[in-house]
Design a protein around this ligand. Structure first.
Ligand code: NAP
Length: 480
């Protein structure tokens, strides 16, 4: 009896999506891998039908059944609902880890040709600013919440090390902006430094994200795996794809607890859609990552090797630098198929083992604190008063409260008590009230009462408690 074929949900997507997905499917099928495809709709056509998420119910049901998706790019059309179908998929199936590998490819000319780049960005995929929690706090001031959890950090760090081990890699860098964002980006740095000793075979190092960008442009060969937060990873991975030939060559995997989604880093490139010009390599290599993920390691190696052999043979698509007579998408695909079974002279197959994916803890994940203390409150208000006049008014409003005004900031800079710094003011102030007697116990009711007094005179739009966990202040100091 022939073994059952593994079902894969396929989303052809928008723009160049259907062309590059067809290319990948033809190549995968030609490997003889035991897979079967369920094509489903998502993206522009779904939006046009009025499905606000861009993902029809039938598509979700298929993904729930198959657990594995090969996906073309999805555009976010303006005027047909305001959500990104890509973000919906990532959040719906909690694909927390985005793996974006790039490597030097034969015949693909770049500024770094000959330096054997082989770098993987492991990007946290669902938290950070991309959760999209945003507010206009006043008509002129916008806010975006950057939420980073210990659970999210642990999972992405473990995934980065597990991936490094599975690929026989030597080093993992953790790139953050922890020098400025001590609590959010700092949480990833601390989690990384705490977990790294569990992986003694891998060298680990923290690097600031701005320096990482600089080093990637100067000496990219020093990097192996880089783990980072969502937005930093988004930017850094486009940079690394640029180092090795551009978006046409950059594959990716979105790894989840239950479902994993494989797609090119590039978008729908509407300018070249339907012209049989698109480079299918990124989607084809994403297909190889998918094959490896489902245990079809030989087919994955065959696909990668056939792409390398095709490039070694000199075939070029129009996106590559210095191309006279570009191959069409179809010609490139046919060449890869005819090269299946051949081995690259320059990059023979690597040895891979299965990625030991971090397990997910059921239920609500809690980080315990043995001691908690409430120190005060930051009240955000809208006012056109100058800071000194505002402070005098707020002082009066707090006279009967156990809280006293400690400082006022404007866009993070202290404006009361007066500082040396010249600040251009906007009508958006953060007013910090702290306990008059730090030894006493502050209650929520006392904070609410102060908020009532302040709110009676000023528009407030945000309140943040000043807490202490196990003796550590759980809030940032202000920039002087
Ligand atoms: P893009 O689609 O990646 O295209 C940018 C440019 O890169 C294209 O105009 C094209 O440049 C080149 N390019 C990208 N992929 C190529 C390929 N396979 N072969 C040859 N050239 C390629 O980025 P965008 O224009 O910013 O975004 C377009 C749409 O895609 C938007 O609606 C966006 O929301 C969506 N998007 C989706 C995803 C996803 O589904 N994961 C990711 C990113 C963007 P030339 O002008 O040189 O031909």
């Amino acid at each position: 009896m022939t073994p059952a074929k593994r079902k894969i949900t396929v989303l052809p997507g928008d723009g160049i999506g259907p062309e590059v997905v067809e290319a990948a499917l033809a190549i995968i099928q030609a490997t003889g891998a035991a897979v079967e495809f369920e094509k489903c709709e998502a993206g522009a056509r779904a939006f046009q039908k009025g499905i606000v998420t861009g993902i029809p119910k039938e598509t979700i049901q298929s993904i729930e059944r198959t657990k594995v998706v090969l996906k073309g790019p999805l555009e976010t059309p303006i005027g047909h609902g305001n959500r990104s179908a890509n973000v919906t998929l990532r959040t719906l199936f909690e694909t927390y880890g985005n793996i974006r590998p790039v490597r030097e490819l034969p015949g693909v000319q770049t500024a770094f040709t000959g330096r054997q780049l082989d770098i993987v960005i492991v990007r946290e995929n669902i938290e950070d600013l991309y959760a999209g929690i945003e507010y206009m706090q006043t008509p002129g001031v916008a806010e975006s919440l950057k939420l980073i959890s210990r659970e999210g950090c642990e999972k992405i760090v473990k995934l980065a090390f597990a991936f490094a081990i599975a690929e026989g890699r030597k080093a993992v860098h953790c790139a953050t902006k922890a020098n400025i964002l001590k609590l959010t980006e700092g949480l990833l740095q601390h989690t990384f430094e705490e977990l790294a000793p569990q992986y003694p075979s891998i060298t680990s190092k923290h690097i600031l994200i701005d320096n990482a960008a600089h080093q990637l442009a100067m000496r990219p060969e020093q990097f192996d795996v880089i783990v980072t937060t969502n937005m930093n990873g988004d930017i850094l991975s486009d940079l690394t794809s640029g180092l090795t030939g551009g978006l046409g060559f950059a594959p990716s995997a979105n790894i989840g607890n239950d479902v994993s989604i494989f797609e090119a880093v590039h978008g729908s490139a509407p300018d070249i859609a339907g012209k049989n010009k698109a480079n299918p390599t990124a989607l084809v290599l994403s297909g190889a990552m998918m094959l490896r993920h489902i245990g079809e390691g030989k087919a994955a190696n065959d696909v990668e090797q056939a792409v390398l052999v095709t490039l070694e043979g000199g075939l070029r698509t129009s996106d590559m630098i210095g191309v006279d007579k570009p191959a069409t998408t179809t010609e490139f695909t046919q060449a890869v198929i005819s090269n299946l079974g051949k081995t690259s002279k320059l990059s023979p197959p690597k040895q891979y083992t299965k990625v030991d994916l971090p397990s997910s803890r059921p239920g609500v994940n809690v980080v315990e604190a043995n001691a908690r203390k409430l120190n005060g409150v930051d009240i955000y208000i809208e006012s056109d008063l100058e800071p000194k006049a505002l402070a005098s008014e707020l002082d009066k409003l707090a006279t009967s409260s156990p809280l006293k005004l400690e400082m006022i900031t404007n866009r993070g800079a202290v404006v009361f008590p007066a500082s040396e710094r010249k600040v251009s003011l906007v009508d958006h102030y953060r007013c910090r009230f702290v306990q008059r007697d730090p030894a006493s116990k502050l209650s929520d009711a006392e904070i609410v009462s102060l908020l009532g007094a302040v709110g009676g005179n000023y528009r407030w739009m945000h309140v943040e408690k000043l807490q202490e966990f196990d003796g550590e202040k759980a809030y940032s100091k202000s920039q002087v």
